[in-house]
Design a protein around this ligand. Structure first.
Ligand code: SOE
Length: 381
């Protein structure tokens, strides 16, 4: 039974607000932890919609000004699920007030902001995490385990795709509720910060840092009506991005992302090729990890499809019986469980922290720079 309470104030009530609220509600049902999050206050600008949201998910109170939320003495930890252009100010205020920070991805609008945020939370000494939830898909955590166990040997290649198709219609507006991801002034970038940031975080977690990149981007629909102003405005996000990357360990790699791949909804895949084996994962088939193990005798060589649902698999002993599956929402429950566990005495700080988020931010910035200059760009600070 949890013996300590952690009072949470959550900012933003969109897609991520729902995913996080669900995690706060469920985490202690599945994980044996010292800490129990208390859903103290949810914060957003529209009081009517926010109250309905808070009632539905069980938040005790509401705030319509995030500064008031951060200032409240009864809030220990601030969870940021609001659009990307708000992350910097909120994290800086949290650091100043000594509040723990849980921040949605991407960390910031750019690496310049990101670095200041990292310095601030490190100086304040507050626990911090970026919600790169895909690390906590059990099959991806298993890929990490197999790589760390040396099962695929020296890594030569990494190949990532992150494909969606929801912005193909030119009639889709940009900006405002639900559509701020299309507005560069709010999102910072398009698929690079929104989708490739996930692929980059996963890749660097699995096989190490990225040294340099060479990228190209495209904006297919040049103008869209802005949902807030009602006027047609230039679209300045990257609708698609493809880049080559060289890892610090010498691995040669490709990353591609678009929101214009008709039929692909959340097609987040990677393949890693090593001297002794390969791994393949596809988020649209999330319980499976494909593994080619070259150590098998050659007459039984072949790809194994591991159904990642056994008690021995990462996180799976916390849920149901072998052969039964968990869902997208549990990746957030798993993230939160790891964060809460890290607060217990003697535990290592949780990862990915804001410093890790900044490493990904540096790669995103280098990708966007390379797309402009046409040259290879360094990902190092
Ligand atoms: C975009 O459509 C989006 O919702 C991203 O913002 C999320 O980070 C990704 O996991 C799913 O797609």
């Amino acid at each position: 039974m949890p013996s300590k309470k952690l009072n949470i104030g959550m900012i933003g009530y969109g897609f991520m607000g729902r995913a996080h609220s669900n995690a706060f509600r469920k985490v202690n049902n599945f994980f044996d932890l010292e800490y129990q999050p208390v859903m103290k206050a949810a914060c957003a600008r529209n009081p009517e919609k926010l109250q309905a949201f808070a009632d539905n998910w069980g938040w005790e109170s509401i705030e319509t000004d995030w500064r008031k939320l951060v200032d409240r003495d009864d809030i220990d930890c601030v969870d940021i699920g609001s659009p990307n252009d708000t992350h910097y100010d909120i994290v800086m205020a949290c650091a100043e007030r000594g509040k723990m920070v849980l921040c949605e991805k991407p960390l910031a609008m750019n690496a310049e902001q990101g670095e200041k945020m990292v310095v601030a939370v490190e100086k304040a000494g507050v626990a911090n995490m970026v919600w790169y939830n895909y690390r906590r898909v059990p099959a991806i955590s298993l890929a990490k385990q197999l790589i760390d166990e040396g099962r695929i040997g020296r890594v030569f290649h990494y190949r990532a795709l992150y494909l969606q198709d929801w912005t193909i219609s030119p009639e889709l507006p940009q900006g405002g509720a639900g559509l701020w991801r299309l507005d560069a002034a709010v999102a910072g970038s398009g698929v690079t910060g929104d989708l490739l940031a996930h692929s980059i975080d996963t890749a660097m977690w699995l096989i190490g840092g990225i040294d340099k990149v060479s990228a190209t981007t495209e904006t297919f629909i040049k103008e869209r009506q802005h949902q807030l102003s009602g006027t047609k405005q230039e679209v300045t996000i990257d609708d698609a991005c493809a880049f080559l990357a060289r890892f610090d360990n010498g691995a040669v790699s490709t990353f591609e992302s678009t929101r214009y791949a008709r039929g692909r909804k959340n097609f987040n895949t990677f393949e890693v090729n090593g001297a002794d084996g390969s791994l393949y994962f596809n988020l649209e088939d999330p319980h499976r990890l494909q593994f080619f193990d070259n150590k098998h005798e050659s007459h039984i060589h072949g790809w194994q499809s591991i159904h990642v649902t056994d008690f021995e698999h990462p996180y799976m002993d916390k849920y149901w019986v072998p052969g039964t599956t968990i869902g997208y929402e549990h990746t957030f429950v798993n993230c939160l469980a790891d964060f809460l566990k890290s607060l217990e005495a003697g535990q290592a700080p949780v990862r990915p922290n804001l410093r890790d988020g900044q490493e990904t931010q540096l790669v995103c910035d280098a990708v966007l720079k390379s797309a402009k200059t046409g040259s290879w760009e360094s990902c190092k600070a």
